[in-house]
Write a protein that binds this ligand. Structure first.
Ligand SMILES: NC(=O)c1ccc[n+]([C@@H]2O[C@H](COP(=O)([O-])OP(=O)(O)OC[C@H]3O[C@@H](n4cnc5c(N)ncnc54)[C@H](OP(=O)(O)O)[C@@H]3O)[C@@H](O)[C@H]2O)c1
Length: 249
């Protein structure tokens, strides 16, 4: 990629496994220095060590996105370690399935805290560094990539709250574009159906893993967004599985 000198830097949440790790791997291979985050410190350290094999600086920060202080500390640690933020990947997310009438407010709150509140706080806290990075590199700008879901685009049975959080995340990305993209900071919500990761494991008795979207496909889309100039804004990318029901997860 083209930047104004030095290695670009990315912050990836949910980077210890699944889609976040897939994107972090591709970013490391593309020459990014990284801050990676998740709750399980041991698993995160292992992922960070493997990512560092690509040759860049990788800083692991264990943090729980349900805790506001952790989210703020994460943004601050990234800033201290790398001093620039070319790509912010909002990957951490939680889902819980169940009919509307069965959903407890505890489950509701956890999904909104991790999937909407944390991204908002992380965006707000990271914005000065994203702006600074974009201003130093006006041709490329700085990118936010949020892992939303196709359930935020069309309602999916038994995923009402999860879908509502992802619709909110898509909306948040649109607002970033409205407020910031003229100054080089743009956001893309990637909205896939079922991707073969731990999160979709509960569906494996209904959808064979090999029929699910591949982590590599989502990582490929994320990387394409990182290579765009600041003059192409992609608010969202919807990815569906093959078959007749295009808007189903
Ligand atoms: N898999 C799918 O079918 C699918 C489809 C559409 C969208 N998505 C979205 O894509 C994103 C990644 O999903 P995935 O399938 O890769 O999930 P995954 O395999 O379950 O991985 C989730 C990642 O997020 C971290 N995480 C979970 N809760 C966290 C918390 N409270 N604080 C900090 N980190 C947390 C996990 O590490 P720790 O557990 O150690 O914290 C892990 O690194 C999510 O936002 C998800 O909603 C997934």
């Amino acid at each position: 990629m083209t930047t104004t000198g030095g290695r670009p830097a990315a912050l990836v949440t949910g980077a210890s496994r699944g889609i976040g790790l897939g994107i972090a791997r591709r970013l490391a291979d593309a020459g990014y220095d990284l801050t990676v985050s998740a709750r399980d410190a041991a698993r995160l350290d292992k992922a960070a060590a493997a990512l560092a094999d690509a040759g860049g600086r990788v800083h692991p920060v264990p943090a729980d996105m349900a805790i506001e202080n952790d989210v703020q500390r994460l943004a601050a640690e990234h800033s201290q370690h790398h001093g620039r933020l070319d790509v912010l990947v909002i990957g951490a997310g939680v889902g819980s399935s169940g009919a509307l009438e069965e959903t407890t407010m505890k489950r509701y709150d956890l999904q909104f805290d991790v999937n909407v509140r944390a991204p908002f706080v992380l965006l707000q806290t990271s914005l000065p560094l994203l702006r600074k990075t974009a201003a130093a590199n006006p041709e490329h700008g700085a990118k936010v990539i949020a892992l939303a879901s196709i359930t935020g685009v069309a309602a999916e049975l038994a995923l009402a709250v999860y879908g509502a959080t992802k619709a909110a995340l898509i909306s948040l990305c649109r607002s970033v574009n409205t407020e910031e993209s003229a100054h080089g900071v743009s956001a893309t919500a990637i909205c896939p159906g079922y991707v073969d990761t731990d999160m979709a494991a509960y569906m494996r008795d209904r959808i064979e893993p090999h029929q699910m979207i591949r982590v590599e496909d989502v990582a490929e889309l994320a990387m394409s967004v990182t290579r765009l100039s600041a003059f192409a804004v992609v608010p969202e990318l919807v990815v569906t599985r093959p078959g007749e029901q295009l808007w189903r997860a």
